[in-house]
Design a protein around this ligand. Sequence first.
Ligand code: PMP
Length: 456
Amino acid sequence: MAVTEPAPAAVTAAPDRSGSEGILRRQSARESSARTYARALPIVPVRARGLTIEGADGRRYLDCLSGAGTLALGHNHPVVLEAIRAVLDSGAPLHVLDLATPVKDAFTTELFRTLPAGLADRARIQFCGPAGTDAVEAALKLVRTATGREGLLAFTGAYHGMTAGALEASGGARDVRVTRLPYPQDYRCPFGTGGTRGAELSARWTENLLDDPKSGVPHPAGMILEPVQGEGGVIPAPDDWMRRMRTLTAARGIPLIADEVQTGVGRTGTFWAVEHSGVVPDVMVLSKAIGGSLPLAAVVYHDDLDVWPPGAHAGTFRGNQLAMAAGAATLAHVRENRLAERAGLLGARMLAQLQGLAAEHPCVGDVRGRGLMIGLELVDPAAEDLTAPGPPPPAPEVAAAVQRACLRRGLIVELGGRHSSVVRLLPPLTLTDEQASAVLDRLADAIAETSRDHPL
Ligand code: PMP
């Protein structure tokens, strides 16, 4: 996420009849300096449908941030609205802690229907507080209780949330209970090789740490990984490497936790991203799109692990009926309309087009992704030290300039990656071919303008 605060580009010089300037001014005067998206995107959304958001000033934007990947069906999809209205009109209670309800029963049935075979028939679900980070906490507690061990294996560049345990497991942490392992990546491969060789070396590193009695890494309670790192800069894990992680954890009795908070519900081209490799994890952490745009989070796990006591992971807001109804409708719609497959095909096409763009503009160092989770890493080729191996250094200020240029063209994109130098696209899975072209046109235009303004 960019932390530079640009001038509110979306606000025109015309008299501010909409009140958006005042709203933005009051926001920056009253809200925390820790606020994030609001800094880089000074807009005041008042209406939204599908890919489009309309600001209070009447401007329209194509939204490729999608609530940080939450809106699998875009804004206010009719099936989601209908599901929410049906609950409201039925007089059902909206808040029931973790009591059984027909709405929850239907959600769980639909969710279990989508789970990878091998987990579906032995799955248990724990509904959590309504954020991904709370489901991560639950997953860590679950495996620690089940194994009686403490340590955790996690990866460089990981992002699992902002609560204490999830933060420990994330790339910026400094906790001794977590052993940090190299996540394979082609562009900035820590071993300098990339490709299958880089992935092989990161797998060997992991294996060696676990088997070397003097590695200083005690037998861990679990391994947590993202099948595609999102906040880490859109880095898909190779399928072979995923299978290696599964085999080596299974052989050593280490539960494997797949954090599918961002990759789930069709985003990467399969319903769950672990399906690309055929890996069946012991635990899956789910949030974002499973709530159909409303807050919902859950951890789903193999019933062998279900040995934690009642109350082990409590919380008041674990029974959001509107979110469960919206989520069940979303899951069913994605499944019935094969939107995962569509995301895979359209994403591959968009990636190919963006690779063409990278060939034209040296400031686009790398283009990568899986399905409709796409990233462009902006670099500074002029700063290239020819004696230093590897790609040019990341260019966060260029990425932020591209984001601002996109916004001026009515396109909302996310920034991420280790150095905030990756422009990220997370459009809804309902994106049409025409909309995809409009997104790419605006992005290409924004990159061209930024290249002109940042000459090499
Ligand atoms: N895990 C992953 C992979 C995520 O991308 C995120 C959020 N970006 C989280 C966990 C945390 O979710 P939340 O922000 O809802 O706590």
